[in-house]
Design a protein around this ligand. Structure first.
Ligand SMILES: Nc1ncnc2c1ncn2[C@@H]1O[C@H](COP(=O)(O)OP(=O)(O)OP(=O)(O)O)[C@@H](O)[C@H]1O
Length: 576
């Protein structure tokens, strides 16, 4: 909570001005019944038009002052709350960007989106409300009570009788609804989660005709959200009528007692009008307080959820001694007795992995599904840190480089091609800040996608991703490869990224990669690809069971022989 509050600091002046102006508004509001009493007692009852004009004029002047103070208050409140929301949103986004995969696993993606959007909007609104009306309301109650006592002590006593009980109810309510609103936000996460999964898998859903199933899934999450929200709001809504009942009862008693006092001239009509007026204002302030309490409870729940993100310790950071401008010279990669298990699990998915990839070599990584190939890839750019053992580049532990300098020199093509909304050109340029048109052109030629791009309706400017043209799996793969090549990486990782390419295109791609002077790792299932590489790492259930070139493995590794035989038939290639 304090973490979120600390983002208010740059707006302390705007907030102070807003609160001052709110006090002006409050003062005007509190003096109103007094002026009214004077108009009645000095003007109307004594039939003195001058007094009516005098107090009426003061009343109008004060109203104008209140109006100006209100508008200016809104200006500063909006400035502070929008600025605060902007800063918190930026901070949460920045924090999420620095999250390791382990950190990310602690939050669902949909929950992070809700926290970044809805939760921040909630706290933004709460701040606006607190600057605009929240403080004014309790002060209005205190001021109203004080003024009522100044006007007439006996009648004021009747008026304040129910207030302590009502305040106790309000405090209890604030605690209770805080918890309930936390549940509401959690349910909102679930709705967003179903929405997100649905929209990203819409093709699959249509192909499997799972529309009804998905509608039911969404319907359930939506219903849960509705029920939780209604349950919470019902509690808050109970408060309004309860307040009105007690306060109206008090006003009724005031009128009852005042009737006799006015008759016996112990009290002026103006005083009674003023007290009743204060009574109404206090009642209104109390019922407004119930809404403010709701907004605060919701804001508190949201602010706790945001604090959780901001307070999450990043578990994969640079060592203090890490070098930020370390250049990879040769690109020699060495694994020494590497063991790795995913955070939060007990099972080692890589065990005692040792091998050396010499500078400029192309290494094929093979193995059955789940053998640990992608995991091995993720350890080199330090998406995860090893549990035991060392990974070295150019003979130095990779932890001696900052994450930024290490990753900047790596080209990574994931298993699943990801394109961003934008043009073909912007998708490739994404790989390198400030990539020149020439570099982009070159990388597309090497990735064997240049011709395809030329045939697109607007060439490099053709929109892809959502609302853009749909590219085939192989085209997307090659665009992803071009994006990695544009940064002329010292190390290049292709995670099954040539699976959708035909043999001819793949051969051309591998030839083109030679000029990059990079050490290249390719995860592949195809023997035809592995045959062309300098070294093959064969993984089985997290163990490196064979390592060497095609000829060596064909002679020494029974598993490799089995894979080879499964892909080659008597007549030639089977499924390549
Ligand atoms: N984020 C994760 N958390 C926990 N376990 C994981 C995670 N990612 C992968 N695993 C487990 O690690 C093991 C190796 O997975 P990995 O993705 O490296 O296999 P792979 O050889 O690349 O498989 P495939 O060819 O199917 O992509 C698997 O048993 C998998 O269940």
């Amino acid at each position: 909570m304090e973490k979120v509050i600390s983002y208010l600091k740059p707006y302390r002046w705007a907030m102070t001005i807003a609160w001052m102006l709110m006090l002006v508004e409050l003062a005007v509001e509190l003096w109103h019944p007094m002026f009214m009493a004077n108009i009645i007692d000095e003007g109307i009852l004594k039939q003195d038009l001058n007094a009516v004009m005098k107090w009426g004029g003061i009343m109008v002047g004060m109203s104008l002052l209140g109006f100006i103070a209100g508008i200016t208050n809104s200006y500063f409140s909006a400035h502070a709350s929008q600025g605060f929301g902007f800063d918190v949103r930026s901070a949460v986004f920045k924090k999420v960007q620095s999250f390791s995969f382990n950190n990310l696993a602690q939050f669902q993606t949909s929950s992070l989106i809700t926290r970044l959007t809805n939760d921040i909007t909630q706290i933004q609104n709460t701040l606006f409300m607190s600057l605009r009306v929240a403080l004014r309301t309790p002060l209005l109650i205190i001021g109203g009570v004080t003024m009522a006592f100044l006007v007439n002590v006996k009648l004021a006593l009747i008026l304040v009788l129910p207030i302590p009980i009502l305040l106790l109810v309000l405090i209890w309510m604030m605690k209770k609804t805080g918890q309930l609103f936390r549940f509401v936000q959690d349910k909102l996460d679930k709705v967003n989660n179903v929405m997100q999964e649905n929209l990203t898998s819409i093709r699959l859903i249509k192909a499997f005709i799972r529309k009804n199933f998905e509608e039911n899934r969404f319907g359930k999450a939506n219903k849960d959200l509705r029920e939780q929200t209604v349950k919470t709001l019902r509690l808050v809504e109970l408060l309004g009528p309860l307040l009105l009942f007690f306060m109206n009862l008090a006003i009724l008693f005031i009128l009852w007692f005042a009737a006799a006092d006015v008759h016996q001239a112990r009290v002026n009509v103006g005083e009674v009008v003023a007290i009743v007026n204060y009574g109404f204002r206090i009642t209104m302030a109390l019922s407004m307080l119930s809404w403010i309490i709701m907004a605060f409870s919701r804001g508190t729940a949201s602010s706790q959820r945001i604090t959780e993100v901001l307070r999450t310790p990043i578990d994969l950071e640079d060592d203090v001694s890490a070098l930020s401008d370390k250049r990879i010279q040769t690109g020699r990669v060495e694994f020494q007795d590497v063991n790795f298990k995913y955070p939060g699990t007990d099972h080692y998915v890589l065990q005692n992995i040792s091998f050396t990839a010499n500078a400029g070599e192309t290494i094929a990584v093979m193995g059955a599904t789940g053998a640990g190939k992608s995991t091995l890839f993720q350890l080199i750019p330090r998406l995860y840190d090893v549990n035991e053992g060392i990974i070295m580049i150019d003979g130095q532990d990779i932890r001696n480089m900052t994450l930024q300098s290490l990753r900047k020199q790596i080209g990574f093509v994931p298993q699943e091609s990801i394109l961003f909304t934008g043009s073909v050109e912007s998708n490739i340029a994404w790989g390198k800040e400030g990539a020149s048109a020439e570099e982009i052109l070159e990388s597309t030629k090497d990735a064997q996608i240049y011709k395809t791009i030329q045939e697109l309706p607007k060439g490099f400017q053709t929109k892809v991703g959502q609302k853009g043209v749909n590219l085939s799996g192989g085209q997307k793969q090659r665009l992803s490869i071009a994006r990695a090549l544009v940064r002329t990486p010292k190390l290049l990782f292709l995670d099954d990224s040539t699976s959708a390419l035909d043999m001819k295109t793949e051969a051309k791609l591998l030839d083109a990669l030679e000029k990059y002077d990079s050490t290249i790792f390719i995860i592949t299932q195809k023997i035809t690809t592995a045959m062309k590489t300098d070294q093959i790492l064969l993984l089985e259930e997290g163990n490196l069971v064979a390592c060497g070139n095609h000829e060596t493995l064909l002679r020494t590794s029974p598993l490799y022989q089995k894979i080879y035989q499964s892909q080659f038939t008597k007549g030639g290639l089977a499924d390549v």
